[in-house]
Ligand binder design. Structure first.
Ligand code: 5AD
Ligand code: SF4
Length: 452
């Protein structure tokens, strides 16, 4: 049989990035080889995101542009959230697509591929999201940071959010399986593990051990060989002081909490169905700030949600100054299919949304600049991620997830690039840990020099 080749492009969140690792592993086990361009591939796959309309449109643009390749006999597949959301309607918009599968159907991928190889015109996997996608076949794309899914799906039904409809109901993995995988990853040389879920705090152990999220996190933090354990994403409704206590006890648990607030206005939070008030959220922030180890907090914000008034927006802008986030992802509201808010008028004009977005971004940049400057003169530990050949600098991340760029005193060969191992003689390779003295700071990164 001639070698089969696939090209897989991923859009969206870390869950999708990790799903793609599992899809790639599944394909390779069936004899497919990954290639770096569509031109070289027989099977072209897009793992898609539908969190905002723009993200969803991107895949249709990519599909339209690539359509001429279909005439060369290449097959196209749409995976992930747009696949789940649009289903077989994708075949109408992009008739050259022959495989459509949502993330809850990846366990069926071998079967779907077999049908496709046997000459089926179109195969779809759009089953109800009821099982976790467990596979031994993951091909991890990053040699030092491993993603590990602990819970899939989401039951929160925030008024704006498509995720419950694309990823289905919450399904947690058994704690024993998670801990075994974490140990296996440490055995393979990974020193950083990132626990993933749309809402990790509502983790519910289906096994008799019945660990809650804080207990699971603490247990993963004890796995020998792991040096950094992260988790994302947290929902304020289920975030507990017990999680903070676990982080306070064990420095292996990275000093970073991503706690999306979405809005600073109680009226907007209520319409978003977030299940907390500004005051309750600030109580959680106070609990996080009380941790003996300083923890960096980052967030997500939506501007221009239906009915967001100027005073509502001002409350969000004001919250930024109050919490002083270490980072914030700010989005313009985008109506999504199936969601409650889709039925409401999208009444904030796009120019107004853009204006609000820019105001928040500007404030946030100023806060980050000021706070990052407080790091000047201090030493941090960076996990090395790669080297910018142009800047003649190494780049890494602190436990708090800040980017640190640094020069190393010894002359370094110029050929190492992100994700590739540097020559051993240098002593510094991606995945290594370096002590860096911070000498300068910008809004988005720290800059320093290697001390050890
Ligand atoms: N419009 C804009 N932003 C959204 N997000 C989720 N749904 C929407 C939407 N419909 C944002 C939220 C979430 C992040 C992943 O994406 O801020 O936390
Ligand atoms: Fe996008 Fe949400 Fe799907 Fe992730 S889960 S790919 S953010 S729609």
């Amino acid at each position: 049989m001639p070698a089969k080749t696939f090209y897989l492009e991923t859009f969206g969140c870390q869950m999708n990035v990790h799903d793609s690792e599992r899809v790639a592993g599944t394909l390779e086990a069936r004899g497919y080889a990954a290639v770096a361009s569509m031109q070289e591939a027989e099977l072209i796959l897009f793992n898609t995101c539908s969190i905002r309309d723009k993200a969803a449109q991107k895949v249709f643009d990519r599909l339209a542009n690539a359509r001429p390749l279909a005439r060369q006999g290449k097959k196209f597949g749409v995976l992930g959230c747009v696949a789940q959301q649009e289903g077989e309607a994708i075949y109408k918009r992009a008739p050259h697509v022959s495989l459509v599968a949502g993330s809850a159907s990846y366990a069926k991928l071998p079967e779907l591929l077999q049908q496709l190889e046997a000459g089926a015109e179109r195969v779809s996997g759009l089953g109800e999201a009821d099982a976790a996608f467990e596979t031994e076949l993951t091909r991890r794309g990053n040699p030092f940071r491993a993603y590990l899914t602990i819970i899939e799906g989401c039951d929160k039904h925030c008024a704006y959010c498509v995720v419950p409809y694309t990823r289905g109901q919450e399904r947690s993995r058994a704690s024993g399986a998670i801990l075994r995988e974490a140990s296996a990853l440490a055995g393979l040389g990974y020193t950083e593990v990132q626990l993933l879920g749309q809402n990790v705090n509502s983790y519910r152990d289906p096994s008799p051990a019945k660990l809650n999220f804080a207990e699971l996190l603490a247990a993963v933090g004890e796995v020998p060989g792991l040096r950094r354990v992260r988790y994302t994403t947290s929902h304020p409704r289920d975030f507990t002081p017990e999680i903070v206590a676990a982080m306070g006890r064990n420095p292996v648990l990275c000093d970073h909490v991503h706690l999306p607030v979405q809005s600073g206005s109680d009226a907007v939070l209520a319409r978003m169905r977030r299940g907390y008030t500004r005051a309750r959220y600030l109580e959680l922030i106070a609990a996080i700030r009380a941790c003996p180890r300083p923890l960096a907090v980052t967030t997500d914000l939506i501007v221009g949600f239906p009915g967001e008034t100027d005073p509502d927006f001002e409350q969000t802008a004001e919250l930024l100054g109050e919490v002083r986030y270490a980072g914030a992802f700010i989005f313009k509201y985008s109506p999504r299919p199936h969601t409650e808010a889709q039925a409401w008028p999208d009444d904030i004009p796009d120019e107004r949304k853009t204006e609000r977005l820019m105001i928040l971004q500007q404030r946030q940049q100023q806060i980050q600049l000021e706070d990052n400057q407080a790091w000047v003169g201090r030493e941090v530990e960076a996990m090395v991620e790669g080297r910018h050949p142009k800047l003649d600098q190494w780049s890494g991340r602190t436990s708090s997830n800040r980017v640190v760029n640094f020069s190393a005193p010894a002359p370094l060969p110029p050929l190492a690039i992100l994700g590739q191992a540097a020559p051993a003689a240098v002593g510094l390779t991606p995945g290594a840990y370096a002590r860096v003295l911070v000498e300068r700071a910008g809004a988005n990164s720290l800059v320093g020099r290697l001390t050890a």
